[in-house]
Design a protein around this ligand. Structure first.
Ligand code: DC
Length: 220
């Protein structure tokens, strides 16, 4: 039996940073499930299909053969053999992923793949519905959050560090709030604090403190 750590929470809470660190410390895999939804969004946008066009998305969904592979320790999302990872980390794709992820058929397809990976591999998974829907029996469930203002501030710093100029705090904040609203009000597997999850508000914590706290809970 594999063991699985589920880290859920809203956009910009620091899930991926902390999940990566925990996975490294424990010597297990990190599975970024958001990248899978981003991959579908990217694929649909490239075809000219709007992410909120449920019929259109469903028409093309079967043509997607998604694989998650690891190259030099980095997760890559392959769609029909093509690595889409370099193209999916934009704000636009994040929003499109949030929209496309409302479609039940999309979720069912990706959840199936996530469960297969988790069943065979010890891993830390981050997302929105891991503890509540994908792996309700995960060994440890964390709900990582922070105020929307703090998350917008962190996202802004991250973009600035990547060299992006003219980063607009208010725009980032409003996108985060829109994504929170969309992810937590969709009808199928919304973002909720899963039963048995430990809620961690990181508004006043730094990344080292968050990591240490989660590792202290990993006493299996
Ligand atoms: O974590 P992220 O920003 O890469 O996720 C992008 C979007 O994908 C997010 O706004 C909602 C969706 N998502 C989801 O619905 N369920 C997951 N397990 C992961 C992401």
């Amino acid at each position: 039996m594999s063991f699985n750590i589920a880290i859920d929470g809203p956009a910009g809470a620091g899930k991926s940073t902390v999940a990566k660190r925990i996975a490294k410390k424990l010597g297990i895999l990190y599975l970024d499930t958001g990248a899978m939804y981003r991959g579908v969004a990217y694929y649909m946008l490239n075809l000219g299909v709007a992410p909120d066009d449920e019929a259109g998305v469903c028409r093309h969904l079967d043509a997607i053969d998604m694989n998650v592979v690891y190259r030099e320790g980095e997760q890559k999302v392959l769609i029909n053999g093509n690595d889409v990872t370099p193209f999916i980390r934009t704000q636009e794709i994040g929003m499109a992923a949030s929209t496309v992820s409302k479609i039940p058929a999309v979720r069912l397809k990706l959840v199936e793949l996530q469960r297969i990976i988790a069943r065979h591999t010890d891993c830390v998974l981050d997302g929105r519905d891991i503890g509540s829907y994908v792996l309700p029996d995960a060994d440890l469930k964390i709900f990582l959050t922070a105020s929307a203002e703090e998350r917008a501030k962190r996202r802004m710093t991250e973009l600035e560090q990547k060299g992006q100029k003219d980063v607009d705090y208010n725009k980032i904040l409003s996108e985060i709030q829109q994504r929170d609203q969309q992810d937590s009000t969709r009808s199928f597997a919304p973002l909720v604090v899963a039963e048995g999850a430990i809620l961690l508000d990181t508004t006043r914590m730094n990344i080292d403190q968050v990591e240490e706290h989660i590792l202290s809970l990993c006493k299996f």
